[in-house]
Ligand binder design. Structure first.
Ligand code: PEP
Ligand code: MG
Length: 591
């Protein structure tokens, strides 16, 4: 029975991107194809071949349309995602094999196509060379589209055809689906699975769209056209909200308007505590186009430039020149503020749909980030040269992700020195003293922070990973999200050890994981001695609002309590209590 025929129903999940929206539900169902072998009569073979060829043309048109739309609404980087699809669609070897099956074995086109692509997918998935493995997801996606057309399945995931605003509901959202989101029509989204720091969640915050994940079975329960209210503050989706619920949310919207006004007033004010301690407040960006939003939200730099987007969306890695242009654009736009470019961090859950590095048993513990880069020095050096060149044009710094020990840092630094020598020989300008920092996101790095601090210019704590690795709780898995606790004493002690080691060696520590953008945790982080915070552009004003209401003596007392604490929930409750006390307006949006 549709939720339309019932009364109000509340689904509870994990709030990942704040804001409230209401509207009609659009469910993106995963399409399952039923493919049966049929024998085609000899006389019908030409028609079956024609049908297959027409479907290839139709699929090509659909993909090009999506690509054009994405290019117009997002950026060429996102649009390039589809280049790989288009190339594979024209692969003569695959097409000829399918045609052979249709002609020689009288197989129906859908069966023939499925048989051939399935074999390729299985073979590519086994390959050691990542060139093949990374194409597996593209081929899967493409196969799905071609089969949709051959079997005349209504396009379940065609976001480019939206004509009215809706709330998307889905089991999960892949990067290629997320890339199609047009904020004009997608008010917010809700998914069955996912965690607060999964790529879907980070994307939602970057797009500034309300989102709730981990709703378990909402995609099964809701139907297209159901009317719902999505509350990205409290992590609920309320279907068929009653008048009193709507009234309550009307009040919350008024509170939000008042808060927005307060936040606007401090937009250009410094991020300084009540007792005068300046905190460097920067923003995280996913690609070079986010820089406008960084400036509009009053951040004083980019604390984390995730460079993965430059890579995921293409058929082959971006060359030095195109990377240089992207880094330079950001550096110039942000000048004189710093821009911290993080070297490539592919792997884990990161954009797996488009550059699948490997089908690994434990991708988060596998061939990811600096491990992948050090194993591919050519690819890494291209990026290092581009970053070095951009350092001549603005206040650029660089940091390495996923450092687990000294060797990785030493090896990466040696490659940087090689690149510098090359650039010098080629008379290409770069900043000789480009500052290189280390992300602290693996417990081993936090525990040897003193050794790393001697060899780095700054630390940036990647709490998203630090929490998952310390507590052995997958950041993308809603089933273990109750264990994923930023205020676990182990996390607090690791942050404190990192900050202390950095200060003892005269360098600074920032936090660029999602906890840096959580106003509840900001006082605790300041009390632990963190010097810089970097968060999604949209949350910068709230973080600044909080910083400006903190007294360092009180923040230090809070940190002291947390360092002595044994219970994550007690520590969190104390943080919440303090945050409410000093900045009540920030929390009036909670129902
Ligand atoms: C982190 O791990 O906290 C981080 C900032 O990096 P990412 O989320 O890209 O893994
Ligand atoms: Mg990380």
């Amino acid at each position: 029975m549709s939720a339309q025929t019932k009364g109000e129903k509340v689904f509870r999940g994990i709030a990942v991107s704040s804001g409230v929206c209401r509207g009609k539900i659009l469910v993106l169902h995963r399409v399952r194809h039923l493919i049966a072998r049929r024998e085609i009569a000899e006389a019908d073979i030409p028609a079956e071949v024609k049908r297959f060829e027409q479907v290839l043309v139709k699929t090509r048109t659909q993909i090009t349309e999506i690509q054009d739309r994405v290019n117009a609404n997002m950026s060429a980087a996102e649009g390039n995602i589809f280049d790989a699809h288009l190339l594979m669609l024209e692969d003569r070897v695959v097409i000829d094999e399918v045609l052979r099956l249709i002609r020689d074995q009288k197989a129906n086109a859908d069966f023939a196509f499925h048989t051939v692509t399935d074999r390729y997918i299985a073979a590519m998935a086994k390959e050691e060379d990542e060139f093949f493995r990374e194409r597996v997801d593209v081929l899967r996606d493409l196969t799905g589209r071609v089969l949709d057309n051959l079997l005349d399945v209504k396009e379940a995931l065609n976001l480019s055809r939206l004509t009215e605003p809706c709330i998307l509901v889905s089991h999960d959202l892949s990067p290629s689906t997320t890339a199609q989101i047009d904020k004009q029509f997608v008010l917010g989204f809700a998914t069955d699975i996912g965690g607060k720091t999964s790529h879907t969640a980070i994307m939602a915050r970057s797009l500034d769209i309300p989102a709730v994940v981990g709703l378990q079975n909402i995609a099964e329960e809701l139907e297209n056209g159901d009317y719902a209210l999505l509350d990205g503050y409290n992590g609920t989706v309320i279907v068929n909200p009653t008048d009193s619920t709507l009234f309550e949310y009307g009040q919350l919207e008024k509170n939000k308007a008042t808060l927005d006004e307060k936040l606007r007033e401090i937009l250009w004010q410094p991020a300084v505590t009540l007792d005068g301690k300046p905190i460097h407040l920067s923003a995280n960006i996913e690609d070079q186009h986010d820089v406008e939003s960084v400036l509009a939200h009053g951040a004083e730099g980019v604390g984390l430039f995730r460079t993965e987007y430059l890579y995921i969306s293409r058929d082959r890695p971006p060359d030095e020149q195109s990377q240089f242009q992207a880094y330079r654009d950001v550096a110039v736009a942000m000048k004189p503020h710093p821009v911290i470019i993080r070297t490539l961090d592919l792997g884990g859950d990161k954009f797996v749909s488009h550059l699948q590095l490997a089908q690994e048993m434990n991708p988060f513990l596998g061939w990811r980030a600096i491990r992948f880069c050090l194993a591919q020095p050519q690819l890494f050096r291209t990026q290092l040269r581009a970053i070095l060149r951009a350092s001549a044009e603005g206040n650029v710094k660089m940091m390495y992700p996923m450092i687990s020990g000294l060797d990785e840092l030493t090896q990466a630094n040696a490659l940087v020195e090689q690149c510098k020598a090359e650039l010098r020989a080629e008379n290409i300008p770069f900043h000789e003293n480009l500052e290189v920092g280390v992300m602290i996101e693996i417990p081993s790095a936090a525990l040897i922070a003193d050794a790393l601090a001697k060899r780095a210019k700054f630390f940036s704590i990647g709490s998203n990973d630090l929490i998952q690795y310390t507590l052995a709780a997958d950041r993308t898995n809603e089933k273990v999200s109750h264990l994923y606790e930023p205020t676990h004493p182990a996390i607090i002690r690791l942050i404190k050890a990192t900050v202390d080691a950095s200060h003892a060696h005269g360098i600074w520590t920032g936090v660029c994981g999602e906890i840096g953008g959580d106003p509840v945790l900001v006082p605790l982080l300041l009390g632990l001695g963190v010097d810089e915070l970097s968060a999604a552009p949209a949350v910068i004003p709230q973080v600044k609002y909080m910083i400006r209401r903190v007294k360092m003596s009180e923040a230090q007392a809070l940190a002291e309590f947390a360092l002595q604490g044994e219970s994550p929930s007690e520590i969190y409750a104390r943080c919440m209590e303090y945050a409410h006390e000093i900045a009540p307006s920030l929390f009036e949006r909670k129902a």
